[in-house]
Design a protein around this ligand. Structure first.
Ligand SMILES: [Zn+2]
Length: 450
């Protein structure tokens, strides 16, 4: 079992003063004349006003109905949209660009890239437990800059775990309550079931986790979306299934209130479809925040022909993208809640920019832009049973993004980030850019022993 990784080693790396965070302004902030998308899926408010006071949203509504405080700093919103800070509800804040290379010292760069892209919440669904919990807690305490983190700590996998350094092995149902207690006492926000668990172990895990009020998120690989795993009553599937979900499974997912985290972006990367056009590497959300060595390695990866061994896998992932999109629409139409997540980092699926790609893929799947935006805002908060973020309403925490354009019409306008506000603080996006003068830039990393 993992868990003895020294916290003392990590504390040396983690406690660097946060860039990007500015003190909350003493005066209120008022966004005036913007399109307001509140994250609940309804029609946007045209010419809306959002007032932020301290850490919270004080008022949201049509400009004609919301008074702008006299002492407010007014931000002219003409041609802009205000939306809740985005949530990427499937990430691993552990690796470099490829999902296999570990670059734990680079954590601040990933956190900065997320904030720079307007991502104010992430769900880390498998990591080195003491490392991710320390980062989560340091962000919550304001010691370092970063999005709000929900974390499962380590994965729970079977006796031949796929990712040993980030897994706890579960060999029998009798072990499950003790392991769940260990995770709960350590302070995780959820539990992640991985592919090596049998259905009876998954069922026991759901039972034990509910006693500790922990939601279970399941990634069973090819069994994700099978009837038995869907019927186990998990809070969410960690990915859209790669096989067509049948009617009985749709029904049980809907009846159990199981959400589905989408991760089409990762499927697109594994299929290499994303690598066919590397223009996204020039996008400011990528080029302003990435370690050049990672971008270069990604270019080399994209230029390399798949080996004879890899080629059939690539074809399988192409199918998985297609079926995943079909499932997204079918699940959505059946009333199953979709929650946007990317599974970043993988080659072409990047922390920060990735969620914008995920939104585009959800619209390609047939969701409206507003429905896709809800998947990355209001639905994300609902998955975590949080009611203090994810939507724009009086009393909610002031995590919001100002973008140029109308993402409710053209979802890719979310990429045009003009301003990010986190807990009422306007972030200094210049300070979040990759800077070789302050970033250690460890590019080599260490390959995970798989
Ligand atoms: Zn994952």
């Amino acid at each position: 079992m993992l868990g003895n990784l020294s916290l003392r080693v990590l504390s040396v790396a983690v406690l660097v003063l946060a860039p990007g965070a500015q003190r909350a302004a003493a005066e209120p902030l008022a966004f005036v004349g913007a399109t307001v998308i509140d994250g609940r899926g309804g029609a946007p408010i045209e010419l809306g006003t959002v007032v932020v006071r301290g850490e919270l949203i004080a008022a949201v509504g049509p400009a004609s109905e919301v008074a702008v405080p006299q002492d407010a700093r007014v931000i002219a919103g003409a041609g802009m949209s205000v939306l809740p800070g985005l949530a990427d509800m499937h990430v691993h804040l552990l690796g470099g660009w490829d999902g296999v290379t570990v670059d734990m010292l680079g954590y601040q760069r990933y956190l900065n890239a997320l904030l720079y892209a307007g991502v104010t919440t992430v769900f880390d669904t498998g990591n080195v437990m003491p490392y991710i919990l320390q980062i989560r807690d340091a962000i919550a305490a304001g010691t370092i800059a970063g999005p709000r983190i929900y974390s499962v700590g380590s994965l729970l996998d079977g006796t031949d775990p796929v990712w040993p350094p980030i897994s706890i092995v579960v060999a029998s149902a009798a072990q499950v309550p003790g392991i769940v207690d260990l995770l709960a006492d350590t302070g995780v926000d959820a539990v992640k079931a991985y592919k090596g668990l049998s259905v009876p172990l998954l069922q026991e895990l759901v039972r034990a986790a509910s006693e500790r009020s922990l939601p279970v998120v399941a990634d069973m690989w090819s069994r994700t979306g099978s009837y038995d795993t869907a019927a186990a009553g998990v809070a969410a599937l960690a990915h859209l299934p790669s096989r067509t979900v049948d009617a009985a499974t749709l029904e049980v997912l809907q009846a159990n209130g199981t959400a589905v985290i989408t991760t089409l972006a990762a499927k697109e990367s594994f299929s290499r479809e994303r690598l066919a056009d590397l223009a996204f590497l020039e996008h400011p959300l990528v080029s302003d925040t990435s370690l050049p060595a990672f971008t270069e390695a990604l270019r080399e990866h994209a230029a390399r022909e798949p080996t004879a061994e890899e080629a059939p896998l690539v074809a399988r992932w192409q199918n998985s993208v297609r079926v995943g999109k079909e499932n997204a629409l079918a699940l959505h139409e059946a009333g199953v809640m979709l929650v946007a997540g990317t599974d970043a980092p993988y080659p072409g699926t990047l922390l920060g920019e990735g969620i914008h790609r995920e939104l585009e893929l959800l619209v390609e799947a047939g969701l409206t832009p507003l429905e896709a935006l809800s998947a990355a805002t209001g639905n994300a908060a609902r998955l975590m049973q949080a009611d203090d973020w994810g939507t724009l309403a009086a009393g909610k925490r002031a995590d919001l993004v100002l973008v140029r354009g109308r993402p409710d019409r053209t979802v890719s306008d979310t990429r045009n980030v003009e301003m990010v506000v986190q807990g009422g603080r306007v972030l200094d996006r210049e300070a979040l850019r990759y800077d070789p003068a302050t970033d250690p830039g460890f590019g080599a990393g260490v390959a995970v022993d798989r």
